[in-house]
Design a protein around this ligand. Structure first.
Ligand code: SAH
Ligand code: TMP
Length: 386
């Protein structure tokens, strides 16, 4: 598999990096994770392709996240909020605007600079135990450590948790949200599996990992974003009351079989069936001379296009609103990535919706495309024309 965000120029096709993408399930602790990892320095750098603020829906979502953090800190005098992996400041800009003391820890220079332009204070670094110690020394302990779609990216989970524990004030909270394993399984959303997503968390597996660091989950809440995420609130063991949501979700996870190997074997079968259905549809349409293009050059799409074999023979182009991806080619399959304007001026008959997690926002925007006879193809939770 090539790098999920490794959009590239033709001059770099030869010698394109690739690695083995495989997921393992641990029958004793129930953790689901990649077995082969890519060096984080190869993934997060001065040219990181993903900008969080490309979706209006996500901007609104993070305003809500900020309100939750602020309500937790409401009683505190001059609280400190630290965000791990703040990207372009989609969350932190809310604290900056309200004059709340904050610091974003972000290793990818280009997005860190965007966050600074949004008014946030940034430490350009990978978060780990050393960075945590450095922050405690300069700023003092944090009332809230937060993160979104980043905790599952960090291979040294134990080092990260040692850092968080060091950083948290006695009654501080660690709030983070990540794609949720049960949603991935229920929706056969296998495209969530790629290099940056090292862990696929459940409450069951995280609870066990946290215990070893004297941390515990005190609250959980499901989120619609990114195809189904879980927001975890974690505190020092015994510091805060554990909400009933935690016991209830643990019970649901048991009923879903998240601790059983057969659950994952069945998922693998559904993934193969999904590939068969999608390729039958696309090759059938192509045979009828229909024009197809991709919508959203997402990191998730790299898994789908490479696993299924969807290249320039099937797709004329993939449109994307991110300037840094435009003019480049998709990792591994080398489909041209074009600006969104091309989609408007030269629409295909069928748009393969790689950004399916933003479907409501995109369908609302693409009324004209659909009224003009254009159709979307989705493959999560099943392959269909909509
Ligand atoms: N929180 C944002 C960004 C998610 S993308 C959102 O939900 O939209 C993941 C981000 O985490 C990237 O910007 C990446 O550079 C950053 N990141 C990766 N490893 C990190 C680490 N060890 N410490 C801090 N940030 C990290
Ligand atoms: P994500 O699924 O990881 O959030 O990535 C979404 C990608 O899709 C990102 O590259 C931006 C792109 N995109 C569009 O091209 N048009 C849109 O309307 C939206 C919401 C996203």
């Amino acid at each position: 598999m090539p790098l999920a965000n490794g959009f590239l120029a033709p001059a770099d096709f030869d010698g394109e990096y690739s690695y083995d993408l495989r997921v393992g399930f641990c029958p004793s602790c129930s953790m689901v994770q990649l077995t082969d990892r890519v060096d984080p320095g190869k993934l997060f750098h001065e040219n990181y392709a993903y900008y969080s603020s490309t979706s209006q829906g996500m901007i609104r979502h993070f305003q809500g996240f900020a309100r939750e953090v602020q309500s937790r800190c409401a009683e505190l005098k001059d609280p400190i909020v630290i965000e791990i992996g703040c990207n372009d400041g989609i969350l932190l800009r809310n604290f900056a605007r309200d004059g709340i003391r904050h610091l974003g820890v972000e290793p990818s220079k280009n997005v860190a600079e965007a966050a600074r332009r949004a008014g946030a204070t940034i430490l350009e670094a990978f978060f780990n135990e050393e960075t945590a110690a450095q922050i405690v020394e300069t700023l003092g302990p944090a009332d809230c450590v937060c993160g979104a779609n980043v905790i599952c990216h960090i291979p040294d989970l134990r080092g990260l948790l040692r850092g968080v524990r060091l950083l948290l004030r006695e009654r501080g909270v660690f709030i983070f949200e990540e794609p949720y394993l049960a949603d991935i399984l229920e929706k056969t959303a296998y495209d969530q599996i790629y290099d940056e997503h090292v862990f696929y968390f459940s409450i069951t597996s995280l609870k066990r990992t946290l215990e070893a660091h004297s941390l515990e989950i005190v609250d959980v809440s499901r989120q619609e974003v990114h195809g189904g995420s879980m927001r975890f609130t974690v505190a020092r063991t015994g510091a805060l009351a554990v909400q009933p949501s935690v016991t209830e979700m643990l019970r649901q996870e048991k009923a879903l079989g998240l601790e059983e190997r057969t659950t994952y074997n069945r998922f693998a079968e559904r993934v193969l069936a999904s590939r068969f259905d999608l390729m039958s549809l696309l090759t059938g349409l192509k045979g009828q001379g229909r024009r197809m293009a991709g919508y959203g050059a997402t990191s998730k799409s790299t898994t789908v296009t490479n696993f299924c074999g969807i290249g320039p023979r099937l797709l004329d182009y993939i449109s994307d609103t991110t300037a840094g991806k435009q003019g480049k080619f998709t990792p591994g399959t080398h489909v041209p990535v074009v600006p969104y304007e091309r989609f408007v001026q030269d629409p295909p008959d069928f748009a393969l919706l790689f950004a399916w997690n933003h479907a409501p926002e995109i369908f609302a925007k693409e009324d004209r495309f659909r009224k003009g006879g254009g159709k979307f193809i989705v493959y999560v939770p099943s392959v269909q024309i909509v």
